[in-house]
Design a protein around this ligand. Structure first.
Ligand code: 26Q
Length: 801
C-alpha cells in the first residue's frame, strides 16, 4: 500500500463511521478507523488461508486454552502485515503519532499470567511458521482485574476492555453452537437393545464465537483465534422471566477467574470450562463432517491440544460427541480420542493441580460425569493384572469423591509434556511418576518460548535497530541468527551502541515512573526487575529482604560504595490470596520508607508499578539491567519473563529452576548469576525434614535485624501484614526456604554490584544474553509441538510439494 492509498482509506473510513474529516479526528476515531483498515487488509488473507486449509484438507491443530493474553494488537498486526513503517510515516505526515493511537487500544487481558501469555505467543508463532492452527477459548466480558494501590494495599477494579468495542473481532452468529448444562440424565433401552442416554431439564445456552485473525509474520497466513461468548438462545427466551434469571446465564462468560487455587471449586468456573470445551469440540466435529471422511481419519485431520487441565473435559466431551451423537462404539471412539488429544502440564504445585468434587460435576455436567465414570471403570479393568492395585488406585481419575483432571488428561491423550527440561524431568520422576510407569512413551518436554517479534522488534526498537546494523536484519525472520552477535563480544563500539540503546529505554521508563508514581529515578542506576504474578514460591519477599539489607547498610554507613540501584516490581496477587497481598503492602511500605529517606542519597530506590500487564511489560523489559528469577528450585515450571528479559539484554540472577537452567546452559556461567539450593537439595530437605528457619535466624545477626523490621515498627504501617510475614518465615518454618537461600542470594547480588561498575564487562554479559535468546523462540517451540505431538505441517511445505 502506498502512503496515498493509506491516507485515502483512512479519510473514507472516518467519513463513513464518524462523519469526520482527517483533520478533525481524535486518537480514538483514528485508532478505530486504522483498525478497520488493517482488518480489511488481513481479511482477504484470512479468507484465503481458511479456504486453503479446507480445500487442501490440511491437518489442523486447535489449541484449547481458558486463557489468552495477547495484549494490544495494533502494532503487532501492522508489523506482521509488513506495513508498520509505511503507516507510521504516513501518520507522521499528517501530524499523528502512531504511539498515541496505539495507547487508545485496551489490552486484551483474558489471562492471568504465564500460561495465557504463552498461548498468545504460540498463536503468533503458529501463524508466523505457516502452521494450520487455531485458538479456542472464552471471550470474557471482563479480563483480569485492574490493580490499583490505595495506601499501599492492592485494590481490584473491573477491566472494562470491551467498553468502546473490539475492532479486531468478528462475531459469527452462523457458527454458534448449543451447550447443555445441568439437568438429569438416565439411560433408556432402545428396541435394538442398546442403551441411550436421555437428558431431562437441561439448560441450553448458546455459544456464539467471536473470531480474531492471528496474522503471520509477513507470510500471507492468517489463522483464527475463536473465543466463545454465552447468550440465551432465542428459542429459550420465554423461559427466562426475570433479569436475574438471565443474569445467571450471562454470568457464564462475564469474568475471567483470577489464578486462585484457594477459591477454586466454583460452579461457574466448572461451567466455563465445559462451555468452551463443548462449543469448541462441536464446531470442530461439524467442520470435520463437511470433509466427508470416515471417522477413523479424524486424527489425520484434527489435533486438539489441552493447555493445562482447564480444558481436560475435552476427553469426555469428544467421547460424548462421538458415542452419543454419532453412534460410534466406545472402543473405536476412545482410540480416536487418545490419538487426537494432547496435554501440557504447567505446574507441580500440589494445590494448583485441578480436582473437582464429584457432587458438583453431577450437577453441572451430568452426562460428562457418567462418561468419566465409564472412563474410570475401564481404566481400572484394563490395567488389572498389568500393574499393581496400588498404582491403579493412585492413578485413576476418580478418587476421594473428586475428579482428578490431570489424570483424565493423561489417560485420555497420547502426549503429556512439561514446559522446561527440569520441569518435565520432575513430572517423570516425582509428580506424575506413577503415570510415567504406565505410559512412558507419552511423556516429553517442550521448553517454552517467546515471540521475539513482540518482545524485541516491537517493544525495543532502539535495540532492534542496533542489531540490524551489526548483523543485518535476518534475525527478524530467524531469531537463531541473533547468535551472530557473539562476534561482537570484544567490539567496544558495538557494545557501546547496545548500551546506548538500553539507556534510551531506561530514560523512557524513568519518565513513565515519574509520571505515574511521582518517584524520580536515575537512568544511571541499575534497573533491577522482578515482574510476575505474586506468589510465595516466586519469592518476591526474598528480593525485599535484600533491599532491607542494603537499606540498613547504607543507614549504618552512608558513604558505602554501592552502584545506585532501582528495584522495580510488577505483580498482581489473586484477590483472595491474603499472604500475597500482605507482601505487596510490605513492598509498598518499604518503597515509601526508602524513597523518602534523603539520607540514602538515592543509592537505592524501590518502585512497585501498579497494574502489571502485557503493555507495562513492554515498557519495563527493554529497560531492565537485572532480571530476577529467584523462585525456589523445582517450583517454577518454566518462566517466560526470564526469556523476554535476556532477549533485551538484562543479565539474570537466578536459581536453577524452570527454564533458568537452559538459559544458564545457553549463556554460560560467566553471563548469569546462579545461586541457591538445587532442586535435589530442596527434595532432600523434604525427605529429611530437618530444615529450621529459626536456627538460621538465631545464628545470623543481620538477618535478625531484617526480619525484626517487619514487627518492631521499623517498616511503618504493616502491623498486621508484618506479623503475618514474620510468622510465615519463623513460626511456620519458611515453606520456600527464603532464609536458607538468602546468604547466597546476597553474595550473587554483591557480585552484580561489582561487575556492573565495569561497563564493558557488563555489556559483554548483556550481549551474550541477547545473542543466545534466539534459543528460546516460540517459533521453534511450536515447530517441535507440530512435529512431535500434533503431526501438522507448514502450509508452504505443502504447497511446494
Ligand atoms: C486455578 C483455579 C481457579 C481459577 C484459576 C486457576 C488458575 C488459573 C491460571 C490456575 C493456574 C493458572 C495459570 C498458571 C500459569 O500461568 N502457570 C505458568 O505457566 C507458564 C507457561 O508454561 C510457566 O512459564 C510458569 O512457570 C507457570 O507458573
Amino acid at each position: 500500500m502506498t502512503k496515498e492509498e493509506i491516507k485515502k482509506e483512512l479519510r473514507q473510513r472516518l467519513r463513513d463511521t464518524y462523519a469526520l474529516e482527517l483533520e478533525d479526528a481524535g486518537p480514538v476515531e483514528l485508532f478505530y478507523s486504522l483498525g478497520g483498515l488493517i482488518k480489511a487488509i488481513s481479511n482477504e488473507k484470512w479468507h484465503k488461508t481458511w479456504k486453503n486449509y479446507l480445500t487442501e484438507e490440511q491437518k489442523q491443530v486447535y489449541y484449547f486454552s481458558i486463557e489468552f493474553l495477547p495484549g494490544k494488537l495494533l502494532k503487532s498486526n501492522l508489523l506482521n502485515l509488513g506495513i508498520l513503517n509505511e503507516v507510521r510515516t504516513t501518520l507522521a505526515d499528517i501530524d499523528v503519532d502512531l504511539e498515541e493511537l496505539a495507547e487508545v487500544e485496551k489490552d486484551m487481558a483474558l489471562g492471568n499470567g504465564g500460561l495465557g501469555r504463552l498461548a498468545s505467543c504460540f498463536m503468533d508463532s503458529i501463524a508466523s511458521c505457516g502452521l494450520p492452527g487455531n485458538g479456542n477459548g472464552i471471550r470474557y466480558d471482563y479480563g483480569l482485574f485492574k490493580q490499583q494501590f490505595v495506601d499501599g494495599y492492592q485494590v481490584e477494579l473491573p477491566d472494562e476492555w470491551l467498553k468502546r468495542g473490539n475492532v479486531w473481532e468478528i462475531r459469527r452468529e452462523s457458527k454458534a453452537c448449543d451447550v447443555k448444562l445441568f439437568g438429569n440424565v438416565y439411560m433408556k433401552r432402545l428396541a435394538n437393545g442398546k442403551l441411550q442416554p436421555v437428558a431431562e431439564n437441561q439448560t441450553t445456552v448458546r455459544a456464539v464465537p467471536y473470531d480474531t485473525g492471528m496474522i503471520g509474520y509477513q507470510n500471507g497466513i492468517v489463522n483464527t483465534m475463536r473465543l466463545w461468548s454465552v447468550e440465551i438462545p432465542i428459542s429459550e427466551e420465554a423461559k427466562y422471566q426475570s433479569l436475574d434469571e438471565r443474569r445467571t446465564v450471562e454470568d457464564l462468560t462475564a469474568v475471567l477467574y483470577p489464578d486462585d487455587s484457594q477459591e477454586s471449586g466454583r460452579l461457574v468456573r466448572l461451567a466455563q470450562e465445559y462451555f468452551f470445551v463443548s462449543a469448541g469440540i462441536q464446531s470442530i466435529i461439524r467442520y470435520y463432517k463437511k470433509l466427508n471422511l470416515p471417522w477413523h481419519s479424524l486424527s489425520e485431520k484434527i489435533a486438539i491440544h489441552i493447555n493445562d487441565t482447564h480444558p481436560a473435559m475435552c476427553v469426555p466431551e469428544l467421547m460424548r460427541v462421538l458415542v452419543d451423537e454419532n453412534g460410534l462404539n466406545w472402543e473405536f471412539a476412545w482410540d480416536i480420542t487418545v490419538k487426537v488429544l494432547s496435554y501440557t502440564n504447567h505446574t507441580i504445585m500440589a494445590e494448583a493441580l485441578e480436582k473437582w468434587p464429584i457432587y458438583l460435576m453431577k450437577i453441572v455436567v451430568p452426562r460428562i460425569y457418567q462418561i468419566i465414570e465409564e472412563i474410570d471403570r475401564r481404566y481400572v479393568t484394563t490395567l488389572q493384572g498389568i500393574h499393581s492395585q496400588d498404582l491403579i488406585q493412585r492413578t485413576r481419575p476418580l478418587q476421594n469423591d473428586q475428579v482428578y483432571m490431570a489424570h483424565l488428561a493423561i489417560i485420555g491423550s497420547h502426549s503429556t509434556n512439561g514446559v522446561a527440561k527440569i520441569h518435565s524431568d520432575l513430572l517423570k520422576s516425582i509428580v506424575l511418576h506413577d503415570f510415567y510407569v504406565i505410559y512412558p512413551e507419552r511423556f516429553n518436554n517442550k521448553t517454552n518460548g517467546i515471540a521475539e517479534r513482540r518482545w524485541l522488534q516491537l517493544a525495543n526498537e532502539p535495540l532492534a535497530n542496533v542489531i540490524d546494523e551489526l548483523i543485518t536484519d535476518s534475525w527478524r525472520k530467524t531469531p537463531q541468527d541473533l547468535k551472530l552477535l557473539m562476534n561482537y563480544q570484544n567490539d567496544e563500539a558495538a557494545l557501546t551502541k547496545i548500551r546506548e540503546a538500553k539507556l534510551v529505554k531506561k530514560e523512557e521508563l524513568a519518565n513513565y515512573i515519574l509520571k505515574t508514581t511521582g518517584i524520580e529515578v536515575s537512568s544511571n542506576a541499575i534497573f533491577d526487575v522482578q515482574i510476575k504474578r505474586l506468589h510465595a514460591y516466586k519469592r518476591q519477599l526474598m528480593n525485599l529482604l535484600h533491599i532491607l539489607k542494603l537499606y540498613f547498610e547504607i543507614k549504618d554507613n552512608p558513604e558505602m560504595d554501592i552502584t545506585p540501584r532501582v528495584f522495580i516490581f510488577g505483580a498482581k496477587a489473586a484477590p483472595s490470596y491474603t499472604y500475597a497481598k500482605s507482601i505487596i503492602k510490605a513492598i509498598n511500605e518499604v518503597a515509601n520508607m526508602v524513597n523518602t529517606d534523603r539520607s540514602l542519597q538515592d543509592k537505592i530506590k524501590v518502585v512497585f508499578l501498579p497494574n502489571y500487564n502485557v503493555s507495562l511489560a513492554e515498557k519495563i523489559i527493554p529497560a531492565a539491567d537485572v532480571s530476577e528469577q529467584i523462585s525456589l528450585a523445582s517450583k517454577e515450571a518454566s518462566g517466560t519473563s526470564n526469556m523476554k528479559l535476556m532477549l533485551n539484554g538484562a543479565v539474570t540472577i537466578a536459581t536453577l529452576d524452570g527454564a533458568n537452567v537452559e538459559i544458564r546452559d545457553a549463556v554460560g556461567d560467566d553471563n548469569i548469576y546462579i545461586f541457591g539450593l538445587t532442586e535435589k537439595e530442596v527434595y532432600d530437605y523434604y525427605e529429611k525434614q530437618d530444615y529450621s528457619s529459626q536456627k538460621i535466624y538465631d545464628e545470623d545477626e543481620n538477618l535478625r535485624r531484617i526480619l525484626d523490621a517487619f514487627v518492631d515498627g521499623t517498616i511503618p504501617n504493616i502491623e498486621f501484614e508484618g506479623q503475618e510475614i514474620y510468622d510465615a518465615l519463623l513460626k511456620f518454618n519458611d515453606e520456600y526456604f527464603l532464609l536458607r537461600d538468602f546468604h547466597d542470594y546476597v553474595k550473587a547480588q554483591e557480585q552484580i554490584n561489582q561487575d556492573y561498575k565495569d561497563s564493558m564487562l557488563w555489556q559483554k554479559k548483556s550481549l551474550a544474553n541477547i545473542a543466545n535468546a534466539g534459543n528460546f523462540s516460540a517459533d521453534d517451540t511450536v515447530k517441535a509441538y507440530a512435529e512431535d505431538i500434533w503431526q501438522i505441517e507448514p502450509i508452504f511445505a505443502h504447497t511446494e510439494k
